[in-house]
Ligand binder design. Structure first.
Ligand SMILES: [Mg+2]
Length: 119
Protein backbone atom coordinates (compact mmCIF):
# COMPACT_ATOMS: atom_id res chain seq x y z
CA UNK A 1 0.00 0.00 0.00
CA UNK A 2 1.43 3.40 -1.00
CA UNK A 3 2.06 5.91 1.77
CA UNK A 4 1.44 9.63 1.57
CA UNK A 5 2.83 12.51 3.62
CA UNK A 6 0.20 15.27 3.84
CA UNK A 7 1.50 18.82 4.24
CA UNK A 8 -0.74 21.84 4.89
CA UNK A 9 -0.85 24.48 7.62
CA UNK A 10 -4.66 24.17 7.76
CA UNK A 11 -5.76 21.07 9.67
CA UNK A 12 -9.09 21.12 7.80
CA UNK A 13 -7.27 20.83 4.46
CA UNK A 14 -5.15 17.95 5.79
CA UNK A 15 -8.29 16.23 6.97
CA UNK A 16 -9.94 16.58 3.55
CA UNK A 17 -6.97 15.08 1.69
CA UNK A 18 -6.58 12.37 4.30
CA UNK A 19 -10.23 11.41 3.93
CA UNK A 20 -9.97 11.17 0.12
CA UNK A 21 -6.75 9.12 0.27
CA UNK A 22 -7.79 6.70 2.98
CA UNK A 23 -11.06 6.00 1.13
CA UNK A 24 -8.88 5.04 -1.84
CA UNK A 25 -6.71 2.65 0.18
CA UNK A 26 -3.66 4.84 0.69
CA UNK A 27 -1.66 4.82 3.91
CA UNK A 28 -0.97 8.13 5.63
CA UNK A 29 2.75 8.31 6.44
CA UNK A 30 2.28 11.48 8.46
CA UNK A 31 0.98 15.03 8.55
CA UNK A 32 3.04 18.21 8.61
CA UNK A 33 1.84 21.77 9.24
CA UNK A 34 4.79 23.66 7.74
CA UNK A 35 7.69 23.16 5.36
CA UNK A 36 10.26 22.32 8.00
CA UNK A 37 8.05 19.64 9.51
CA UNK A 38 7.56 18.31 5.98
CA UNK A 39 11.31 17.98 5.38
CA UNK A 40 11.84 16.34 8.77
CA UNK A 41 8.92 13.93 8.37
CA UNK A 42 9.93 13.06 4.83
CA UNK A 43 13.36 11.99 6.05
CA UNK A 44 11.81 10.05 8.91
CA UNK A 45 9.03 8.25 7.04
CA UNK A 46 10.28 8.07 3.40
CA UNK A 47 6.75 8.27 1.96
CA UNK A 48 5.90 7.20 -1.60
CA UNK A 49 4.16 10.51 -2.25
CA UNK A 50 3.76 14.00 -0.74
CA UNK A 51 0.86 16.44 -1.07
CA UNK A 52 2.43 19.85 -0.43
CA UNK A 53 0.61 23.08 0.34
CA UNK A 54 2.34 26.18 -1.07
CA UNK A 55 1.60 28.91 1.48
CA UNK A 56 2.70 27.95 5.00
CA UNK A 57 4.47 29.67 7.91
CA UNK A 58 8.16 29.14 8.75
CA UNK A 59 9.03 27.40 5.49
CA UNK A 60 6.75 27.46 2.47
CA UNK A 61 5.94 24.53 0.23
CA UNK A 62 8.29 25.51 -2.58
CA UNK A 63 11.29 25.77 -0.23
CA UNK A 64 10.36 22.42 1.33
CA UNK A 65 9.93 20.85 -2.14
CA UNK A 66 13.41 22.00 -3.17
CA UNK A 67 14.98 20.72 0.04
CA UNK A 68 13.30 17.33 -0.24
CA UNK A 69 14.31 16.93 -3.89
CA UNK A 70 17.89 17.92 -3.12
CA UNK A 71 18.16 15.03 -0.66
CA UNK A 72 15.79 12.63 -2.45
CA UNK A 73 15.81 13.31 -6.21
CA UNK A 74 13.16 10.62 -6.81
CA UNK A 75 10.62 12.11 -4.41
CA UNK A 76 7.11 12.43 -5.80
CA UNK A 77 5.49 15.69 -4.72
CA UNK A 78 2.08 17.07 -5.74
CA UNK A 79 1.54 20.75 -4.93
CA UNK A 80 -1.73 22.02 -3.43
CA UNK A 81 -2.48 25.54 -4.58
CA UNK A 82 -5.18 28.12 -4.05
CA UNK A 83 -6.74 30.17 -6.85
CA UNK A 84 -4.39 32.91 -8.03
CA UNK A 85 -1.15 31.05 -7.28
CA UNK A 86 -0.35 30.14 -10.92
CA UNK A 87 3.13 31.66 -10.87
CA UNK A 88 4.05 29.74 -7.73
CA UNK A 89 2.68 26.54 -9.27
CA UNK A 90 4.91 27.10 -12.32
CA UNK A 91 7.91 27.67 -10.00
CA UNK A 92 7.09 24.42 -8.21
CA UNK A 93 6.74 22.40 -11.42
CA UNK A 94 10.03 23.82 -12.67
CA UNK A 95 11.62 22.86 -9.35
CA UNK A 96 10.46 19.26 -9.82
CA UNK A 97 6.92 18.90 -8.49
CA UNK A 98 5.08 16.21 -10.44
CA UNK A 99 1.63 17.79 -10.58
CA UNK A 100 -0.68 20.17 -8.73
CA UNK A 101 -4.21 20.20 -7.37
CA UNK A 102 -6.28 23.29 -6.73
CA UNK A 103 -8.29 24.05 -3.58
CA UNK A 104 -11.08 23.44 -2.81
CA UNK A 105 -10.17 19.78 -3.31
CA UNK A 106 -12.34 17.56 -5.50
CA UNK A 107 -11.88 13.88 -4.82
CA UNK A 108 -11.74 12.83 -8.47
CA UNK A 109 -9.16 15.48 -9.35
CA UNK A 110 -7.03 14.53 -6.33
CA UNK A 111 -7.13 10.86 -7.28
CA UNK A 112 -6.39 11.61 -10.95
CA UNK A 113 -3.22 13.45 -9.93
CA UNK A 114 -2.22 10.81 -7.38
CA UNK A 115 -2.72 7.91 -9.78
CA UNK A 116 -0.91 9.71 -12.59
CA UNK A 117 2.08 10.45 -10.37
CA UNK A 118 2.16 6.99 -8.80
CA UNK A 119 1.66 5.21 -12.12
MG1 LIG B 1 -1.57 27.14 3.53
Amino acid sequence: MASVLIVDDASFMRMMIKDILTKNDFDIAGEAANGQEAVDLFNETQPDLVTMDITMPEKDGIAALKEILQQHPGAKVIMCSAMGQQSMVIDAIQAGAKDFIVKPFQADRVMDAVQKVMG
